[in-house]
Design a protein around this ligand. Structure first.
Ligand code: PGA
Length: 240
């Protein structure tokens, strides 16, 4: 696992967009694994800028998102479907049929999760997976646990995640469950890039980089990946 430390989130966005740009240029029909949350927003802005400049095209790209809330209408302002369209998809030439986001309202979540993983495999696997990290070390919605998860599954969110994400929701309406790619789905990606900024992530980054590989800090598993890069700012790196 490689760790690169930057002064600002803007520099991280450029570095991350550089990594994506190289992959997109080498393989215009690549498979992107995408993330939501605050961490990737600047990277998406930079990718949109490059698209508008004619540097990259999304015409033949297929995407698979990490996760989605359960029991939230797809068009809710807080759904990850809405987030991805507002922050990236509506601003580039991706084809809607090439966009994949877990369906948090699937009647049979287990069957849907299985078919989601099967679709990723059938597409040839994810070429690059973008990740944020939770203050509790989660990646996707893989919360700290006794074991590493396997494929996509329905997860009960922890109090720490509910506290972090409920700022986006009115009153107490944040969903308590989500569908997420599992650790094994994430680890199958050919390349993984994790972004973390701010002091609130310092403990999770410390545990990820300096701690043992343990499902109690899900991101620590990235140490077992042959091509994982952490792009972090000085505040997130402050305990290293
Ligand atoms: P954030 O969330 O990018 O909004 O900080 C990251 C995460 O919880 O995985």
């Amino acid at each position: 696992m490689e760790v690169r430390i930057f002064d600002t989130a803007d520099e991280i966005a450029v570095a991350c967009a550089d990594i994506f740009t190289e992959i997109i240029k080498n393989k215009p029909d690549c498979i992107l694994g995408l993330a939501t949350g605050a961490s990737p927003v600047k990277t998406y802005k930079e990718l949109i800028r490059r698209y508008n400049n004619g540097e990259i095209s999304f015409e033949n790209i297929r995407t698979f998102n990490l996760d989605e809330y359960c029991d939230l209408p797809r068009d809710d302002k807080n759904s990850y479907y809405t987030f991805m369209h507002e922050n990236l998809f509506n601003s580039v030439n991706i084809k809607e049929e090439n966009v994949h986001i877990p369906d948090g309202n699937a009647a049979d979540p287990e069957a849907h999760a299985k078919s989601y993983d099967a679709m990723i495999d059938a597409a040839g696997g994810i070429d690059i997976q973008l990740l944020g990290i939770g203050t509790n070390g989660h990646i996707g919605f893989n919360e700290p646990s006794d074991t590493f998860s396997d494929g996509t599954f329905k997860v009960k969110l922890t109090d720490s995640t509910i506290k972090s994400n409920s700022i986006y929701f009115d009153d107490d309406s944040m969903p308590r469950y989500a569908l997420t790619m599992g650790i094994n789905s994430i680890m199958k990606a050919k390349k993984i890039v994790l972004i973390a900024t701010g002091e609130a992530k310092a403990d999770a980054i410390k545990a990820t980089v300096d701690g043992e590989v343990t499902p109690m800090c899900p991101a620590s598993v990235l140490k077992n990946h042959p091509d994982a890069i952490l792009l972090i700012d000085k505040a997130a790196a402050k305990l290293l």
